[in-house]
Design a protein around this ligand. Structure first.
Ligand code: NAD
Length: 356
């Protein structure tokens, strides 16, 4: 029987509560699909600072590198807010992404039919169904380019540099095209090629790569137009491929279409394919320890892990289907509306398991 080794970083705040439910669901789907899962827990963030003095202990990096994939809850909280910059929980997050060489960030934005009303978009704009995957480059561009301050004629100035190399663009484009092949075979590459030279190289490189994927329909869009189209006609998108800074902004915009932060999963991938999977929300210290957090974003992150890192697509689809079904019956407080049964975090995990 196939066995997967998963590194588990529960983190802080609601992290342990939501990850426990995701592990419960992963165990249940594994039993149904005929594979087993072994967990290797490690510390990250505030809990790691408390136990070891640093947000990312070497042991955590080693465990993640040895695993088939990594599941992360969330890190941070008021307890560590006054720590110096390099000792803050978030530093651990950036550190583990760098240590695992994760250069691609995948953020799905989709509407679960029963949560249609939670979307800030009108039903006629959402259309029949909505399922967008934003693929954001994660380790290059302006966030990592040369920056500095200078004085010009007695006036203070500052600069940041947007720079991309062909191999950097190729590897992220390949992720987008490969994903599109498993989805609706459409890639929209988003840039600012009417102004930026780095965008022109981006466009040339993506165009070249498209020749390897004749089945994929490639289109281009300027980032300002894309920001508009996401709220005007979001159903036109399948895979959106873009740079670090544009992806940062567009993925937040796209994810809000689904209406609830407790539902949003994400994946970060590197060369090895093992990846790091986590909900996009934070550690929600305001509701931690009360068993009321919504575990669905973390459960859906597990579904992404099964599909994109473990090659267990059937198990992944089973989880997504179960989540869609439970939303017709039960709700955690963050997505509760009248007419549904209100459930706790752990009850939501049980409900998903029973719908598998
Ligand atoms: P947050 O996402 O933790 O919370 C924002 C709001 O959404 C809160 O009201 C919270 O209760 C609610 N919420 C979030 N997730 C929920 C869930 N699963 N179920 C129900 N409600 C949920 O953002 P914040 O309050 O800005 O940050 C809190 C802490 O988390 C900070 O220390 C921040 O640095 C950290 N953070 C961590 C990550 C991460 O680990 N990836 C991401 C963002 C923020």
């Amino acid at each position: 029987m196939k066995n997967y080794r998963i590194a588990v970083l529960k983190g802080d705040g609601i992290g342990p509560e939501i990850v426990n439910e995701a592990m419960k669901v992963l165990d249940a789907v594994a039993a149904k699909c005929g594979f087993t899962v072994e967990y290797d827990e490690a510390l990250l963030g505030g809990c790691a600072i408390d136990a070891t003095g640093v947000p990312l202990p070497d042991e955590t990096v080693a465990k993640c590198k040895a695993a088939d994939s990594t599941l992360l809850g969330a890190v941070g909280g008021p307890k560590w807010d006054s720590m110096p910059g390099n000792l803050r929980p978030e530093k651990g997050l950036l550190g583990i992404r760098a240590a695992l060489g994760l250069f691609a960030n995948l953020r799905p934005a989709r509407i679960f039919e029963p949560l249609r009303d939670a979307s800030p978009l009108r039903p006629d704009i959402i259309g029949g169904s909505l399922d967008i995957m934003v693929v954001r480059e994660l380790t290059g561009g302006i966030y990592f380019g040369e920056r500095g301050r200078l004085e010009e004629n007695g006036v203070q100035a500052a600069y940041d540099t947007e720079k991309y190399s062909v191999p950097e663009i190729q590897r992220i484009a390949r992720i987008a095209f490969d994903l599109a092949m498993k989805r609706n075979k459409k890639v929209c590459s988003v840039d600012k090629a009417n102004v930026l030279e780095s965008s022109r190289l981006w466009r040339e490189t993506v165009t070249e790569m498209a020749k390897e994927y004749p089945e994929v329909e490639l289109s281009y869009m300027y980032v300002d137009n894309c920001a508009m189209q996401l709220v005007r006609n979001p159903a036109q998108f399948d895979v959106v491929l873009t740079s670090n800074i544009f992806g940062d902004i567009l993925s937040d915009e796209a994810s809000m279409i689904s209406g609830s932060i407790g539902m949003l999963a994400s994946a970060s991938l590197g060369e090895s394919g093992s990846g790091l999977y986590e909900p996009i929300h934070g550690s929600a210290p305001d509701i931690a320890g009360q068993n009321i957090a919504n575990p669905l974003a973390t459960i859906l992150s597990v579904a992404m892990m099964l599909k994109y890192s473990l090659g267990e697509s059937e198990a992944s689809d089973m989880i997504e289907k179960a989540v869609a079904e439970v939303l017709n019956e039960v709700r955690t407080p963050d997505i509760y509306v009248e007419g549904f049964r209100k459930v706790s975090c752990s009850e939501m995990g049980d409900e998903v398991c029973s719908h598998l």
